[in-house]
Design a protein around this ligand. Sequence first.
Ligand code: MRU
Length: 368
Amino acid sequence: MKINQTPYRTIWIKSGNPRIIQIIDQRFLPHEFVIEEIHSLDEMIVAIRDMHLRGAPLIGVAAAYGMYLAALEASKENNFEASFQEAARKLKAARPTAVNLEWAIHQQQEAALKGKSAEEKIRLTFETAGRLADADVENCRRMGEFALPLFEEIAKRKPGKAVNVLTHCNAGWLACVDWGTATSAIYQAHDRGIPVHVWVDETRPRNQGSQLTAWELGQHGVPHTIIVDNAGGHLMQHAKVDLVIVGTDRTTRSGDVANKIGTYLKALAAFDNRIPFYAAVPSSSIDWNLKDGIREIPIEERSPDEVRFIEGFADGKRLRVLSAPEKSPASNYGFDVTPARLITGLITERGICFPNEQSLSCLFPEKS
Ligand code: MRU
């Protein structure tokens, strides 16, 4: 997508130096556009853990580049295999919920196995990371194409009026390599002249909605309004939401969807108001080993300080202020699970399906 008319991805190899990975450092958005250079596996782990980059598909691709950096580092050690496997173990611990992380690490372990020398393993992991990045772009584009008719049908029912879509967190291009999962159809509908308006959940505590989704929609010229996380139900009761689309960090084979904390409450409100609720689910976010999302998906707990403090920019500086009583404890669950029964459909790169094992297996027969 474009930033001030210049096309960007969220992660790429530095031109002229393939040992350096560059990313958009999302901690500074929307106020500053900062590019960070990543030189080592440890720097990539910090970038993922401390959310310089975030969003399940991007975490996956960043992990793939992390394993490429790990291969470069392992080639200087006596025991390549031991060093590479230790890197995988460390990287997997960076963030627990998005299954894309372990999925990408696994792809890189398989790729490295095919190399006979350290040089070959480096080449193979480099190529695999690039391939996963390109595949993510194509998958997001395709998910948007498959979801576009949802917008076309609503637009037909209310000629001249905007299709109001509500989204939670940032499942936009900043959370992927390009396009986004939940936002892909929004961009494609907007580009084809369908009037679209997006209700952007603020998404406390880290404000991925108000800081990232609002920024990227604004860059693309898509009309949007930021709302507090608790406003969605009210808007739905008053027919101001036509459609909800969210992303996912891990979806079970039975169609339970883990996504940013608060997604479940949006699904309940949508269900109560008979509003279609879709999750955009690239296959890299499906955990085929899990069936019961509520019991089985690991939910990340982050620092309580993300809840107790509020961050923002003033006078060109990032500020962090305490908003809660100094001694009150806080808890910070990063994700929740929306059970399949509340979900209208899953948007995948192979089409839209019902949120159940049979329907998912029809689209991905090789996994069943
Ligand atoms: O904690 P984050 O910002 O990594 O959480 C991101 C989300 O919950 C997204 O909705 C999800 O990763 C899907 S991104 C296409």
